[in-house]
Write a protein that binds this ligand. Structure first.
Ligand code: PLP
Ligand code: COI
Length: 341
């Protein structure tokens, strides 16, 4: 099989339809066999749970071509685990054991021609999701569900790639205490749309959300966790029950400690402290590590010493080590890389 004739280097973070997707249906209390199909269209009731009450959750992970030409995914078992947690919180059924990983393998294999080549700067983004497909009009969970997984080749999430971005402290809240901030429900993203459009209209790349209860602590952005570096080279990352437990962040904490010998603090981070950090970055599957050069709080600018031209040195090392592991240049910890055979 040949790779598709795509200008990989100029891909942004957008949707490109690929050949096959995985579909599995839940009906009468049981999942069907599931399998790959070609049809990219979804047909559901006009009154489906997802359409009326946003009963849906999703995941995001990537497939990479390694330096030696293998096709791999990065810690997909953790995405499977997190989807289970999201489904439970949204009263949706969980997938049968092993289905998620099987579907990832099948989707990547079936769309191998779209997995960007090594060194192209692009990757194959995999989007698993589940939604209530049967009619509900009273507020309650649907009785039928569909699980789907498609893949699309993507470039950098932020237009400038590795160029530092500017973010604003949002006046909107992302997640309530005891709410749904810790799961990957579509509802969290729907309610962030007005905030991100507002930020973009004001010339910012992203929002920094503070904790809704006290508005004194740093939470996350609309699609990534924060990493900070102190002036003495420690890595600091916010710990909170109302942020998404990022797989990239958990991996970077390990990389910082075990590959780079850095001290890591996972703890509540007060907004007051932000002005004292040397570096700031956003981490996530889509964001990888995107450096932040400036945070603006109602006109007051916090400019990190790492500047607006390039990543800070510690962020750069974290980036190189993580992507080195993902692309097979650096040996991965046991169980982090799943090769697609
Ligand atoms: N936070 C939010 C709100 C996200 O949407 C994402 C993306 O999945 C992340 C953090 C990063 O998580 P991960 O590293 O698992 O992709
Ligand atoms: C991801 O990183 O996979 C996400 O789901 C974040 C989203 C903003 C694209």
């Amino acid at each position: 099989m040949e790779k598709k004739n795509i200008d990989w280097g100029s891909l942004g973070f957008g949707y490109v339809k690929t050949d096959k997707r995985y579909v599995m249906n839940f009906k009468n209390g049981a999942w069907d066999e599931g399998g790959l199909i070609e049809d990219d269209m979804v047909t559901i009731s006009e009154c489906a749970g997802v359409l009326q009450y946003a009963q849906t959750a999703f995941e995001g992970l990537k497939a990479y071509t390694t330096e030696d030409g293998r096709t791999v995914t990065f810690r997909p078992d953790l995405n499977a685990e997190r989807l289970d947690q999201s489904c439970r919180r949204l009263e949706m059924p969980v997938l049968p054991e092993g289905t998620f990983l099987k579907a990832v393998d099948e989707v990547v294999k079936a769309n191998w021609a779209y997995v960007p080549p090594y060194g192209s700067g692009a990757t194959l983004y995999i989007r698993p999701y589940m939604f209530g497909s049967s009619p509900v009009i009273g507020v309650k969970p649907a009785e039928e569900y569909q699980f789907r997984m498609f893949a699309t080749p993507v470039g950098p999430y932020f237009k400038g790639g590795a160029k530092p971005i500017t973010i604003k402290v949002s006046d909107f809240d992302r997640a309530a205490p005891k709410g749904t901030g810790h799961i990957k429900g579509g509802l969290n993203y729907a309610m962030s749309l007005h905030a991100i459009v507002t930020a973009h209209n004001e010339g910012f790349d992203e929002n920094m959300y503070l904790d809704a209860a006290t508005r004194t602590k740093v939470e996350e952005t609309g699609g990534a966790n924060f990493l900070f570096v102190t002036k003495d080279g420690k890595v600091v990352t916010p710990q909170s029950d109302t942020i998404l437990p990022s797989i990239t962040r958990r991996s970077l904490v390990y990389v910082a400690q075990h590959y780079l010998g850095l001290t890591v603090e996972e703890r509540p981070v007060y907004f007051e402290e932000v002005k004292d950090f040397a570096e700031c970055g956003l981490c996530g599957t889509a964001a990888v590590i995107s450096p932040v050069g400036k945070v603006v709080d109602h006109g007051k600018e916090i400019c990190f010493p790492s500047g607006m031209e390039k990543m800070g040195p510690v962020t750069q090392k974290l980036y190189e080590t993580l992507t080195g592991i993902q692309m097979g240049r650096i040996e991965a910890p046991e169980g982090w890389i799943r090769e697609i055979q």
